[in-house]
Design a protein around this ligand. Sequence first.
Ligand SMILES: [Zn+2]
Length: 422
Amino acid sequence: MRPSKVARAAGTGASVPIESCQVCGHSPLDVVLSLGYMPPVNQMVPVGQVPRQLPWFPTTLLHCRKCDLVQLGLAVDPTIIFPPEYPYTSGTTKLLRDNFADLQRESAMMLGLGEKDLIVDIGSNDGTLLSNFKTGGQRVLGIEPTDVGEIANQRGIQTIKRYFGIDVAREVKREFGAASVVTAANCFAHIEDVHAIVDGIVEMLKPDGVFISESHYLIPLLETLQYDTIYHEHLRYYSLTSLKHLLDMHGLEVFHARPIPSHGGSIRVYAARRGTHTVEESVGRMLDNEPRGDAMVGRLDKFKNDVILSKLRLLSMLRDLKEKGARIAGISAPSRASTLVNYVGLDEGLIDYVCEIAGSLKIGKCMPGTQIPVVDESRLYADQPDCAIIFSWHIAGELAPKLKAKGFHGTLITPLPEPRTL
Ligand SMILES: [Zn+2]
């Protein structure tokens, strides 16, 4: 059954507690873990500004006993979470660019896509994903409400600058015809009314059209203790079990699924109207490996305990360093760093500064909720602090050799899943 009430914070300028499951409407939801109150991850005050009051929001992870969806306990108005001055562009990370190229190759081959096929991407950002389909010879259309959509239009990826919903879906179908493929990468966890989104997707699809989604995947999140990906942008943390349940409610059948490396562990899922595609073995295999019901409750309980221990271990490591008089810096200020810094309680007394690559809009601002300044990466090489914590630890394998090659002699630390020196 669909939820009778959707927690809507959009347009309120504030937040709304999520009191029943966003997918099945069940209540009450079980509390998995509370990370305390957190500032919005993009709330970055200029360095040197006199401190003044700022909003903080409760950050609680909840679990639905009925459909196993893991979800946030609070919806915050998107205007607070996504301020226009910090546009996120998906084309900037090599890992993400490679992943989207792979998505095009895989789906074009699997579905036999040709030049007549229309590919619609929801939350199309700067058009990075669609550019692969365009190169592949397919017709493409993006839907992106923010100004980033302009970048896509300029590079020749036609993009409608609107919030996606059933009206836009009908309009697209009328003007462009039905879509062979609809994609949604990483926006499927953000949007408040997920059922309305799936309604719109089904509306646009050809009878045998395919919906491909990519989302953060709950299982690696639990396994590698990525509690730092819990923040207010992410309303839902899908397993294949919970995603399948959601799509089933709309007559869509998952016929292929596989893990992908994006964002420290994501899942790519193919779905279509029931009976139109052969269900591959991959689906059953992934479902079998996911905990469900009581097993999920036990798994989440272990996660909570491990998160608490990880915080204490990181603090203990930093205490030892500080007792020896070490100077500590941070490397990179992704959104996830805000959760880690604030949950662990790192501040300007412990971390001298955080480095971002030249050109980053975050330089000259403070890490959310703290007075730790974000500075140009060149400072790291001139200053040579004793150690540096890599906040983008999920890509530490890619970053660490670069930092060494550029001349950093200090110790590198990754904070998760276990704090350790590289
Ligand atoms: Zn539920």
